[in-house]
Design a protein around this ligand. Structure first.
Ligand SMILES: Nc1ncnc2c1ncn2[C@@H]1O[C@H](COP(=O)(O)OP(=O)(O)OP(=O)(O)O)[C@@H](O)[C@H]1O
Ligand SMILES: [Mg+2]
Length: 261
């Protein structure tokens, strides 16, 4: 049986109408014929071709287990593709991943980590320093700026486990921002977040998108459509041709059991 999420087809939003043609912009991510998986005999991602342009805001949807987080792992260099080529800012993954900021899919066990908000955000600076070098004044300033951007400065001394889901999402976005990325990768930033917090996270992302490229994975198909500039559907294979909104055909192909896109 085909299970398609509830989705209302709406007109194209303002942000979509205003987005310049991708052809005029620089490529920041390019995947060419990428195959990836945890077992060489059972690829999770097949023949992925994806080009993301500077200042794009790409929303990526797809069923559970469709390979969305796996795609992010490939970009971050945590999973080596079985085949194909990945370029970030025109560089190989080891060279290019420094341009990426990553806010992970939130997991309940994060609550047990005995760390405070500002310590989590400070971790975003790790890639900018050599291992045993202490944090500098500049690091601290950037951490404060990142916390201000996500409106979490007041809670900076709170243990992460005492925060709500939406507040933790903001902290992870701040940690990604602290690495001063050019491209922000977000894995379900609005999961388990109430509608008000959800819109405030999207408003924050819109502001960040003024100077940062964003790739966001989400299951929140209805709301994201009014914020993102382009949408892609991933279920083992990727359906993405720079579409500005989801079509019924894309949904049906992505959420069908076969995953043949
Ligand atoms: N470390 C791993 N080792 C082996 N298999 C894995 C591993 N991580 C994920 N998988 C498998 O890869 C497939 C894709 O997982 P992935 O996490 O990329 O899906 P997803 O699209 O992000 O799903 P969700 O929407 O539930 O987050 C799943 O079948 C999953 O079980
Ligand atoms: Mg996932």
């Amino acid at each position: 049986m085909i299970s398609i999420p509830n989705f209302t087809f709406t007109s194209v939003s303002n942000s979509q109408k205003l987005s310049p043609k991708p052809e005029q912009k620089n490529e920041v991510i390019r995947l060419s014929q990428v195959w990836a998986g945890y077992d060489a005999h059972e690829p999770i991602l097949e023949a992925i071709n994806l080009t993301v342009y500077e200042l794009d805001f790409l929303g990526l949807i797809g069923p559970n287990g469709g390979g969305k987080t796996t795609l992010i792992k490939v970009l971050l260099g945590l999973l080596k593709p079985l085949k194909g080529d990945v370029k970030i800012m025109g560089r190989s993954v080891p060279q290019g991943r420094r341009y990426l900021g990553y806010a992970p899919q939130i997991l309940e066990f994060d609550r047990n980590f005995p760390v405070r908000v500002n310590e989590v955000v400070r971790m975003g600076r790790l890639g900018k320093r050599s291992l045993f070098q202490p944090y500098t004044k500049k690091d601290e300033e950037i951490v404060i700026q990142a916390l201000e951007k996500v409106e979490m400065l007041d809670l900076r001394n709170r243990p992460i486990g005492e925060l709500s889901g939406g507040q933790r999402q903001r902290v992870y976005i701040a940690r990604a921002l602290a690495s001063e990325p050019q491209i922000l990768l977000l894995d379900e930033p609005t999961a388990s977040v109430d509608p008000k917090m959800c819109s405030s996270i999207y408003e924050l992302l819109l502001k960040l998108n003024e100077y940062m490229t964003i790739v966001m994975i989400t299951h929140d198909i209805n709301t994201m459509s009014s914020y993102v500039k382009t949408v892609g559907c991933l279920n083992r294979r990727l359906h993405y041709h720079g579409e500005q909104h989801i079509t019924p055909k894309m949904l049906e192909q992505t959420y069908s059991n076969t995953g043949d896109i």
